[in-house]
Design a protein around this ligand. Structure first.
Ligand code: UT7
Length: 331
């Protein structure tokens, strides 16, 4: 008989120890946006809730934003960066296919822990959180840094009236660590690759490299809207059920900031009571893809609208199409 292989063993539970974000310096309001597309401030506000969005300014990039948010998340967690057993970065807008942004950041933060990037678009932070929770509980890592970061402005066609007014930049980061009580509920996640064309890159890299066209992110807004306000609203109900909670048990709802009308459809499906605080940071940040959920979480905690220890439902959804959500205790 072959010798038994030792199994890893980790913490009984995992929880969020901190969250931090980086809000880029350049404010692009709807008036400036309408110098590039045939639209109006009124239309953009009514159809999305966006008043202004943040784009990278001088000296800011996907790497500087992620480093800043990541460093502050580690500080807030009260640990040393060297204790991070893994760094997970979710982004679809980093400029290098390889090596990963996570490996560069791990080095700059000061850890030799495992490091890898994931591509799960606007669901990326919730995908990373699911992995972090599993790593901590399995014993593969004691502390995990999860970063969602995007520089969508670089891949946005400012003359495309179907996407230009939506996409924005930013970074959000959180540290996940061991806990004696549960702080991260079961993930509900999945994909629908039959809708791969609903949000995608206009030209593949090989053609872009040949110099023929600049790749942008394009979207069939109506198709995504329909999926998000129907199927994803139901998935949000599943997240709550899998966590063993009722709508009354929630304090905060933090959906991906894609469109306030999608958030409204989810609220109708979830039948959340009045006391639940709902993230609507799309108003001043725009849609920051993988960064939107942690940016919104940090903004609500910083403003005092949400409080540490409260119970929050998170859900992300986007290109793939992919989605993921879980209930968490706020750090
Ligand atoms: O983060 C990843 C996930 N992404 C999302 O969840 C985005 C989901 N989709 C959306 O949020 C919405 O589809 C958009 C905000 C992108 C568009 O809103 P919509 O209500 O779906 O607009 P539509 O494409 O159905 O167009 C409605 C009308 C049309 O005019 P008619 O045919 O009714 O006369 C469009 O021509 O609005 C017109 N329109 C615009 N008007 C002013 C389309 N784009 C614009 C524009 N400005 N930028």
């Amino acid at each position: 008989m072959s010798a038994p292989i030792a199994a890893s063993s980790g913490a009984p539970f995992a929880k969020l120890l901190s969250v931090a974000s980086f809000v880029p310096s350049r404010v692009v309001d709807n008036a400036e946006m309408c110098t590039w597309i045939d639209s109006s401030d009124e239309w953009i506000q009514q159809r999305t809730g966006i008043v202004e969005r943040r784009w990278v300014g001088e000296g800011e990039s996907v790497e500087t934003m992620a480093l800043d948010a990541g460093r502050r998340a580690v500080e807030k967690a009260g640990i040393e960066a060297s204790e991070l057993g893994a760094v997970i970065v979710s982004t679809v807008t980093y400029y290098h296919q390889t090596p990963s942004l996570a490996a560069r950041l791990a080095h700059r933060l000061g850890t030799l822990g495992a490091a890898f990037d994931i591509s799960a678009a606007c669901a990326g932070f919730c995908y990373g959180l699911a992995q972090a929770e599993a790593l901590v509980r399995s014993g593969a890592a004691r502390y995990v840094l999860v970063i969602g970061v995007e520089e969508l402005s670089r891949f946005t066609n400012i003359h495309d009236r179907g996407t230009a007014f939506l996409f924005a930049d930013g970074a959000g980061a959180a540290v996940v660590g061991p806990s004696e009580t549960n702080g991260i509920g079961p993930v509900v996640w999945g994909s629908d690759g039959s809708q791969a064309d609903a949000i995608n890159q206009t030209v593949e890299w090989s053609k872009a490299l040949a110099g023929s066209e600049t790749p942008y992110i394009q979207m069939d807004g109506r198709a995504v809207f329909k999926w998000a306000s129907g199927f994803i609203a139901d998935a949000a109900k599943d997240v709550l059920a899998k966590a063993g909670l009722a709508p009354e048990d929630l304090d905060v709802f933090i959906p991906h900031q894609a469109n306030n009308r999608i958030t409204d459809a989810m609220l109708r499906a979830l039948k959340l009571p009045e006391h639940v605080v709902v993230a609507r940071t799309i108003k001043q940040f725009g849609n920051n893809s993988a960064a939107s959920v942690p940016m919104a979480m940090d903004a609500l905690l910083t403003s005092g609208e949400a409080k540490s220890g409260q119970t929050a439902l998170l859900i992300g959804f986007g290109a793939g199409l992919v989605y993921a959500g879980q209930v968490v205790t706020l750090p």
